[in-house]
Unconditional design. Structure first.
Length: 144
């Protein structure tokens, strides 16, 4: 369950002081991957840890990095796949993503992940901000 990546482990425990300390002492660690291909931001997004996501972004975490070991998902994919509305809202408000319809390697967009979680608030947020409601996955299945 635990990685050998101290920042990722601190994020998993939601230990904000430890996260801050690690970043200050070793700022280049912010965008490194653990052995499973996750960055600290991926984990924070999946856990819906808004304060941690904000801290990581302020310190240079790249929300566009994709995990090569989990279907090339970026931070928004991770947030939507866990139904993390608050984090998705934060990422969208920052205008980081020029295309909310970006597919992961399995052919799923953030909207597909939100629909799979049956999170209507998240679906509405994505659609209101440019996600296409009739987008198909790689198997040409529309999730509308």
């Amino acid at each position: 369950m635990f990685s050998t990546h101290p920042l990722v482990d601190a994020v998993r425990f939601k230990n904000l002081p430890k996260i801050d300390s690690i970043i200050k002492s070793n700022p280049q660690i912010i965008n490194t991957f653990d052995q499973k291909g996750h960055t600290a931001l991926h984990i924070a997004c999946y856990l819906n840890s808004t304060n941690i996501v904000s801290l990581l972004l302020r310190n240079g975490a790249d929300p566009l990095l994709t995990n090569p070991k989990t279907f090339s998902r970026n931070a928004l994919h991770f947030a939507c796949s866990s139904g993390a509305f608050e984090v998705a809202l934060l990422l969208i408000k920052k205008k980081i993503y020029h295309d909310l319809n970006q597919y992961d390697d399995r052919g799923y967009s953030p909207l597909h992940h939100a629909i799979n979680k049956k999170n209507l608030f998240l679906v509405e947020l994505l659609v209101q901000n440019g996600s296409k409601i009739n987008i198909s996955n790689s198997k040409q299945v529309s999730r509308n």
